[in-house]
Design a protein around this ligand. Structure first.
Ligand code: XMP
Length: 505
């Protein structure tokens, strides 16, 4: 197995995910526990993850340098490599910040880059860089701006890479990790199957004779989670859709018409549009917004629970990306509280049931297909739990919500018409809260700017903006300024993640 030491990167778990997919057993541990865990687990290799801090920061996490003398292969990634360099007496300095793709040129193909082309795109996300190699290290690959982009100790199996092989936008990233596992650590790969029957059996046992109330949004995650639970406990499962008015309008009709067939159970709809608008009155802070929405959802569920005699669990379709973004690990930076994780009140009476908590989107889709769900459900675009509310910057009023619903619908319709909807992982509009000047019917208008965003991603931890043809963007823009009241202009968001998160709030 390979031990991953977590310095708090947003993508530490992806390192684990990539290796697990390849069939390598992994364990992620905190740097403080590293030496003890190495003694217990006797790993064949160690990976030092990235992290949000500079190695010179006050509270920068470190690892005991003894790990370099154990004769176990080590691969440092980003912060992990910078820390390796610092501990082995190289030099790290603040460089220019670099976020995004760059080209890696390979000089040495023996270990990490075995079988790979001599040039390919890698993803970087860092401020510091190693400027002087520790003694006895040599260069394996460089990028235009980072000379020591991949390095190796001349005799020991200690490697460092400044880019992130675990991120999907690094070409051959999995291959690099596979080379580390097989060629450097001499591990054999044993890929695992997704064990759905086991998941179903575990839920059956955990729930026993109690009832489960299900937060059912109609999205892929909740549909997959709901189907697993429905298969496990049948009518003991009570799926509930809270109609907050913050979702796409088509959601409600699918909930009423399609899902009873899929689940074998009717979904109960609770109308709560006015309650949500009232709760959101005056709320402008994004975190506060998510928490307000999360709390109201839970309040409504708890009210509903009173009506059923034996509800003990609340089912949520939380996936690993939601969890990492909201809480992450002990060392990671807090990015945002996805409402179905960080927004939950502490004194909630229901116990959470989250069968997808350790899966990424693409795995959830595989599970959905294995369960026999229709492709239209499995591959639909995800919609964030707080819905349009986090796409309306500033206060959510009935009027702004109506504009957002209309603009968003235009984005979806036009992409569908042009055959581009399937190419987007998600596409939507944003009420930016910024006003700009326009000339409408010979008069001056000073009205809101709408942004349009469309992204591609596999696991939501990184994303690229979608290169939609100009003609489609032009149609979207024309329709929005003509059909949606009080809009002065339309802009297209051309920022990748990182650094920009997918949602604006
Ligand atoms: P970000 O904006 O964090 O989005 O890059 C990553 C993915 O998560 C979705 N998202 C949310 N989903 N509750 C959710 O259930 C939330 O509060 C939330 N915020 C973002 C987002 O749509 C994207 O797919």
């Amino acid at each position: 197995m390979i031990l991953i030491i977590d310095f708090g990167s947003q993508t530490t778990h992806l390192i684990g995910r990539r290796l697990t997919d390849l069939g390598v057993e992994v364990k992620i541990v905190d740097p403080d526990e590293a030496l003890v865990q190495i003694k217990i687990l006797k790993p064949a290799g160690i990976i030092l993850s990235g992290g949000p801090l500079s190695v010179y920061a006050d509270k920068a996490p470190i690892v005991d340098p003894k790990i370099f003398a154990l004769n176990i292969p080590v691969l440092g990634i980003c912060y992990g490599w910078q820390l390796t360099a610092k501990l082995l007496k190289g030099k790290v300095e603040y460089h220019a910040q670099e976020y995004g793709p760059t080209t890696l040129k390979i000089q040495e193909f023996t270990d990490l880059f075995y079988g790979l082309p001599d040039k390919f795109a890698v993803y970087e996300s860092h401020g510091d860089s190693v400027v002087k190699l520790p003694k006895d290290f040599e260069i394996l690959a460089s990028t235009g701006s980072v000379e020591f982009a991949a390095v190796k100790h001349k005799e020991k199996k200690i490697f460092g890479v400044q880019f992130h092989p675990e991120m999907e936008h690094t070409e051959f990233g999995s291959q690099i990790l596979q080379n580390f596992a097989t060629r450097v650590c001499s591990l054999a790969l044993k890929p695992k199957e997704l064990e759905i029957d086991k998941m179903i059996a575990e839920i059956k046992e955990k729930v026993g004779s109690h009832q489960v109330i299900g937060a059912f949004s109609g999205g892929t995650d909740s549909a997959v989670a709901g189907t697993i639970v429905a298969r496990a406990i049948g009518k003991q499962f009570i799926p509930i859709y809270v109609d907050s008015g913050l979702m796409r309008e088509e959601t409600l009709s699918r909930i009423k018409n399609d899902f009873p067939k899929i689940l074998g159970i009717k979904v109960k709809v609770i109308e709560a549009r006015q309650r949500f608008l009232k709760a959101l009155k005056g709320v402008t802070d994004p975190e506060q917004k998510r928490k307000t929405i999360g709390k109201l959802y839970i309040d409504i569920f708890e009210e509903e629970m009173q009506k059923h005699k034996d509800v003990k669990f609340l089912l949520q379709g939380t996936t690993y990306a939601d969890f990492i973004h909201s809480q992450g690990s002990k060392r990671s930076a807090h990015i945002k509280s996805h409402h179905n994780v960080g927004g939950l009140p502490k004194n909630m009476k229901l116990k959470l049931l989250e069968p997808l908590r350790y899966f990424y989107t693409d795995q959830v889709r595989q599970i959905g297909l294995k369960l026999g769900l229709p492709k239209s459900v499995v591959f639909q675009q995800p919609f964030p739990g707080p819905g349009h509310a986090v796409r309306i910057l500033g206060e959510v009023t009935a009027q702004r919500l109506a504009k957002q619903v209309q603009a968003d619908m235009i984005v979806v319709q036009e992409l569908k018409k042009a055959g581009w909807y399937e190419k987007a992982f998600q596409c939507w509009s944003i009420m930016t809260g910024t006003k700009s000047t326009a000339v409408k019917g010979d008069g001056r208008a000073y009205a809101e700017v709408v942004a349009v965003r469309a992204v591609t991603t596999k696991d939501r931890m990184s994303a690229e903006w979608l290169q939609i043809p100009y003609e489609i963007l032009a149609r979207i823009s024309t329709r929005i300024v003509n059909e949606v009241p009080d809009i002065s202009r339309v802009v297209y968001d051309i920022t990748s993640k990182p650094p920009a998160t997918m949602e604006w709030e």
